[in-house]
Design a protein. Structure first.
Length: 237
C-alpha cells in the first residue's frame, strides 16, 4: 500500500509570511525518510501554497513517486509536460474553496477531461482522476482513458455514525468496481490517524494520499515520526 504524502501545507505556512521557511523540499526529504512512498503537491492556479519553483526543485530531488495534483487547464497541462512528474492527478479547482471540495464532475467535464488525459499521456505521464465514489464516474474515467483513479474519501471522513457507514460502503463499492474494470485505484482526502484504518483495509487499493493530518502531526512530533506512525496504520507493506 503506497502512502503519498501531500506537503502543500508546509508551503501554506511559508506563504503566510512570504518567507523561506518552512521548506516543502526539506519536508519531502524527511517524509521519505519516514517511509513515504510518494510526495504529492497541488500547484493551484492562485499559487496559494506550492510555487512553480517548489515543483521544479521537487522534480530534481524526489526519487519516489512525485504526484502533481492540478486542474485540467492549458497552463497546468503545459507545466506538467515540462516538469515531468511521475503521476498527474487531475482535480477540480475553485478559487474560493479552502481545499478540494469533491471529485471531478465527470459528466459535464467528460470531453474536456478526455482531451487533457490524452495530452498528458502523450508526454509519457500516467494520469489519475480524482472522482467521487460513484460507479458511473468510474465508468467514465475508464472510458476516457485514465489508467488510474483516486476515490474521494472526504464524505466518509466527515460523516458520523450511520452516515459514515453508508459513505464507507460507497467508497468500497467504487474501489471494487474500478478494480474489476482494470483501473488502478487510490483513495484520499480527509483521512487521518483515526479514520484511515478502515479505508486502508479495502481490498485492491493501490495507495492513499494524505496531507493535512500528517503535516498537522508533523508540526508537533516531526515529519519523520508523523509519516512512520501513519505508515504503521496502513498495515500492509
Ligand atoms: N487527494 C486529493 C486529490 C486532494 O486534492 C487532497 C488535498 O489536496 C488530498 C488527497 C489530501 O487531502 P488531505 O489534505 O485532507 O489529507
Amino acid at each position: 500500500m503506497i502512502l503519498g504524502v501531500n506537503v502543500d501545507h508546509v508551503a501554506t505556512v511559508r506563504q503566510a509570511r512570504l518567507s523561506f521557511e518552512p521548506d516543502p523540499l526539506t519536508a519531502a526529504a524527511l517524509a521519505i525518510l519516514g517511509g513515504a512512498d510518494g510526495i504529492t503537491v497541488h500547484l493551484r492556479e492562485d499559487r496559494r501554497h506550492i510555487q512553480d519553483r517548489d515543483l521544479r526543485l521537487l522534480r530534481e530531488q524526489v526519487h519516489v513517486e512525485l504526484n502533481l495534483e492540478m486542474a485540467a487547464t492549458e497552463e497546468m497541462i503545459g507545466i506538467a509536460i515540462e516538469t515531468g512528474p511521475d503521476l498527474v492527478t487531475i482535480v477540480p479547482e475553485k478559487r474560493a474553496e479552502l481545499t478540494t471540495e469533491g471529485g471531478l464532475n465527470m459528466i459535464e467535464q467528460k470531453e474536456h477531461l478526455r482531451e487533457a488525459v490524452k495530452k498528458i499521456q502523450a508526454a509519457g505521464i500516467p494520469v489519475s482522476l480524482f472522482i467521487n465514489p460513484h460507479v458511473m464516474d468510474v465508468d467514465i474515467a475508464q472510458e476516457i482513458g485514465a489508467e488510474m483513479v483516486e476515490i474521494h474519501t472526504g464524505l466518509y471522513a466527515n460523516a458520523k455514525g450511520k452516515h459514515q457507514e453508508l459513505e464507507f460502503e460507497r467508497v468500497e463499492e467504487a474501489v471494487r468496481f474500478a478494480r474489476r474494470n482494470g483501473l488502478l485505484v487510490n483513495a484520499g482526502h480527509g483521512l487521518n490517524y483515526f479514520n484511515v484504518r478502515r479505508i486502508a483495509a479495502i481490498e485492491g487499493l493501490r495507495g492513499l494520499y494524505i496531507g493535512h493530518s500528517i503535516v498537522s502531526r508533523a508540526i508537533l512530533v516531526g515529519m519523520e515520526r508523523a509519516v512512520r506512525e501513519m505508515k504503521a496504520l496502513l498495515g500492509r507493506p
